[in-house]
Design a protein. Structure first.
Length: 250
């Protein structure tokens, strides 16, 4: 007999609290392969991926996860075909415009991480408005990584630290620590991910949160992103609950 839905949700919440799981990061991979297997264009896969993202945001909130960070567009994705990149940019804009009021209603705080300079002015305006609208919300913290690359993030952090030392903002004798560097990353003020989920079966980080995932537990699932849902997130959380996090100490 299937578990009562409320009871099942309570079990997942207990696992989240019991393991101290605060932050889940996701590499949303497999949209194009999902579409290819169905003889559809990649565009269909990306649109289905948005549906999965909406389901996952709701599930993360329901399970009591405080931070959810999703990889929407990488610095390397510009290398894809022009038509696909244009479609993805329009899809990002359309999705944020269509969903931001619902996210705001559900007390979700949206934060965009990445280098936004190459984005179109209208897309940047939509993203800025989404951040401003939800800035005071106290529910799920949703980070959307757009034009994000971890190597460039770290490089930019080092450059900014150097400039602040020259400007006297940082005392030249001050010790450069992990904490100081973290405070110059796009994710400043956000705890490091406890769990990283990669869909689609590939076993690599793909230039995603390299600094932040030093001791993150990684869960790779063969499920393509358009098929990822609440049950898939629940399975990943229960898998996380079986791990022993030793941080190199034992």
């Amino acid at each position: 007999m299937a578990l009562n839905i409320t009871y099942r949700t309570d079990l997942v919440k207990e696992a989240v609290v019991g393991t101290g799981l605060e932050h889940v990061a996701i590499i949303m991979d497999g949209n194009r392969r999902w579409a290819s297997k169905k003889n559809l264009s990649s565009m269909f896969g990306h649109r289905e991926g948005i549906k999965s993202l909406k389901k996952t945001i709701k599930a993360a909130d329901k399970f009591g996860i405080k931070y959810l960070t999703v990889y929407a567009f990488s610095t390397e994705n510009w290398g894809r075909k022009y038509e696909e990149v244009k479609f993805l940019m329009n899809l990002l804009k359309e999705t944020v415009q269509n969903e931001i009021q619902e996210l705001h209603k559900n007390n979700v705080k949206v934060r965009i991480i990445g280098d936004l300079k190459p984005l179109s002015e209208d897309l940047k305006m939509v993203l800025l408005k989404a951040e401003e609208l939800t800035a005071e919300n106290s529910g799920l913290n949703l980070q959307i990584a757009i034009n994000y690359g971890s190597r460039s993030e770290i490089t930019n952090a080092v450059k900014r630290i150097y400039e602040d030392i020259k400007a006297g903002i940082i005392n030249s004798s001050e010790k450069i620590t992990d904490t100081l560097i973290s405070n110059y990353l796009y994710t400043a003020g956000i705890p490091d991910p406890d769990l990283l989920i990669r869909t689609g079966g590939e076993q690599r980080l793909s230039n995603y949160l390299l600094w932040q995932t030093a001791y993150t537990e990684i869960c790779v699932t063969e499920t393509f992103w358009p098929d990822f849902d609440e049950v898939a997130l629940e399975k990943a959380i229960h898998d996380f609950a079986t791990r022993s996090r030793r941080y190199g100490k034992d």
